[in-house]
Design a protein around this ligand. Structure first.
Ligand code: PMV
Length: 335
């Protein structure tokens, strides 16, 4: 590797929304999931990240959505870049310029698209020619859900073996539906929520329901794979809603409790269940934030959107359709 010069690459990755939730680690140091998870990558929610490496930069820098960003976000990025640069001698530092084309709000999966795009751009700029699996393993160490955003469409993330960094990665699954979508309701709430890492840690250590959540997750994954292979969206929808509610139930039971729901989140759950009782195929899910997300079909997305718009507190709606995996947008090294 040339010891001087500037190395650069740009990559784009889409966020993903978990249908079967990852919540809990079996090795916090290596960021290995304790449960299998399944997600859909979302075209309408993407992050583009440009990475420049130089031995002349004194420190790493992060420009996120046009703002010079420091603190925990920069520390996480620096730790992740170290995983890539540690493979070479020299003191490489990076300038990372990243922007999301969707609101950067807690629980909206920007860490999934962000770490997937960062991993691909940084690995490529640094001249590492990694397989998708190796990229997924690397991205997972930055953010568990990012492992799935290496792939488009549906992706599942396996469980780790404690102490083995390469033991958990995502794999793509073929998407049997052309009209599936996720309707995302955005709340205006700016309340600072508990980070997913802290929430998982608290849940794993203190929730009496956590063990049941883990054993149910394996059963859910087994059923979800059957639902996908038989193209049974109704079945996958039921598993999706129960996986989310079980994840939230286990964290509500932690001490201190981890509660991401706001009144509008619960109202949206009732609205979705009400739509279903009228025959509309719609299933609720929600992540480490208050924003409700609804699995449905494109032909029903208008009805679902209208119903969510009527929920007080929901300010914006986004319709998410299956997107592509992480990809390079540009690269080039300057001597
Ligand atoms: O990868 P993290 O640390 O952002 O955790 C993701 C956790 C959930 O979004 C709640 C569930 C999931 O599987 O994406």
């Amino acid at each position: 590797m040339d010891g001087r010069g500037m190395k650069r690459a740009v990559a784009k990755a889409c966020a993903n929304i978990a249908l079967l939730k990852y919540w809990g680690k079996n090795d916090a140091e290596l960021n290995l999931p304790a449960v299998p998870s399944l997600s859909m990558t979302i075209r309408e929610m993407s992050t583009q990240t440009e990475v420049f490496f130089s031995e002349e930069f004194p420190t790493d820098e992060l420009h996120l959505n046009g703002k010079n960003t420091m603190g925990i976000a920069l520390e996480r990025i620096s730790r992740h870049l170290d995983r890539i640069t540690q493979r070479s001698s020299g003191q490489w530092r990076a300038r990372v310029i990243s922007s999301n084309d969707f609101p950067t709000a807690g629980g909206l999966a920007s860490s999934a698209s962000g770490f997937a795009a960062l991993t691909l751009a940084a690995a490529h700029a640094f001249g590492l020619n990694l397989s998708e699996r190796a990229l997924s393993i690397l991205a997972r160490q930055g953010s568990g859900s990012a492992a799935r955003s290496i792939y488009g469409g549906l992706a599942m993330l396996g469980v780790g073996t404690p102490g083995q960094v390469d033991s958990a990665y995502a794999s793509p699954l073929s998407m049997p539906w052309t009209d599936v979508c996720l309707v995302v309701g955005l709340l205006g709430s700016q309340e600072k929520s508990c980070s997913s890492t802290q929430g998982m840690n608290q849940t794993t250590r203190t929730s009496p329901f956590f063990e049941s959540f883990v054993s149910q997750s394996f059963k859910d994954m087994h059923e979800a794979l059957q639902a996908i292979s038989t193209q049974d969206l109704e079945w996958l929808g039921r598993i999706t809603e129960r996986s989310a509610l079980r994840m939230h139930a286990t964290m509500w039971a932690a001490e201190p409790s981890v509660v991401y729901f706001q009144p509008a989140t619960l109202a949206a759950l009732h609205v979705v269940q009400g739509l279903r009782s009228k025959g509309i195929p719609a299933w609720f899910t929600c992540d480490a934030g208050p924003h409700p997300k609804v699995l449905t079909t494109l032909s029903n997305s208008g009805v679902v959107k209208q119903a969510l718009m009527d929920v007080p507190g929901i300010q914006q709606i986004l319709i998410g359709t299956p997107g592509e995996g992480a990809r390079l947008v540009a690269s080039g090294n300057h001597a």
